[in-house]
Design a protein around this ligand. Structure first.
Ligand SMILES: [Zn+2]
Ligand SMILES: [Zn+2]
Length: 194
């Protein structure tokens, strides 16, 4: 599932999964991210909209013209942009000070990162017309056999993960890369790596 890393005012990063097909972002609200049903370009506000099937993990950002959004450091001028893995978003809300204090304005930014990385999970293998071989034991993976696809985007190799063939957890790492196979393995990338 694609997700957002959201930085709180103290500088710590929290993780928010993008559930469903459409989420709205509310920079001025305590609850920044909400799942919504609408898929239209908002008159006001910011939407994250899934593009294409869920397996492709592609999302677009839609925003009304009065939103102040910086995407990877550049002011977003058009109403819609497709997002890429590790895109940085800076959302600004403008809070007006007390009237009698004059036109005092505080701009408060919220920093986010979009990530398409997935965690390893066991799924029934879906054969796609050609044989796929487990990279641990070199045997073909039968359709519907429990299997894990390495979540490292640069790897993505399949392993058996059930029955008599616990090939994924056979070793501490993937048979082809340094991805941890521990059940509690966390995301490979977080904004703290920047
Ligand atoms: Zn195997
Ligand atoms: Zn791997």
């Amino acid at each position: 599932m694609a997700h957002l890393f959201i930085q709180d005012p103290a500088g710590n990063w929290g993780l928010a999964p993008l559930r469903g097909d459409c989420c709205s972002l509310h920079p001025a609200s305590r609850r920044l991210l909400k799942s919504v049903a609408s898929d239209a370009l908002p008159k006001k506000g910011i939407l994250l909209q899934r593009v294409g099937p869920a397996t492709r993990r592609e999302w677009a950002l839609l925003a009304s013209p009065d939103e102040r959004i910086f995407l990877n450091g550049a002011r977003m001028e058009v109403g819609m942009r497709s997002l890429r893995d590790r895109d940085e978003l800076l959302l600004f809300r403008t809070r007006h000070g007390r009237r009698r204090a004059g036109a005092e304005v505080h701009a408060i930014g919220t920093r986010l990162f979009f990530s398409t990385e997935e965690l390893a999970r066991i799924v029934p293998f879906v054969a796609a017309g050609h044989d796929v071989f487990c990279v641990r034991c070199q045997q073909p993976i039968d359709s519907q056999h429990p299997a894990v696809q390495c979540p490292n985007p640069e790897c993505g190799h399949w392993h058996h993960a059930g029955g008599d063939l616990e090939c994924w957890t056979y070793d501490a790492t993937c048979a082809m890369c340094d991805q941890s196979t521990a059940p509690e393995a966390d995301y490979r990338w977080t904004p703290e790596d920047m």
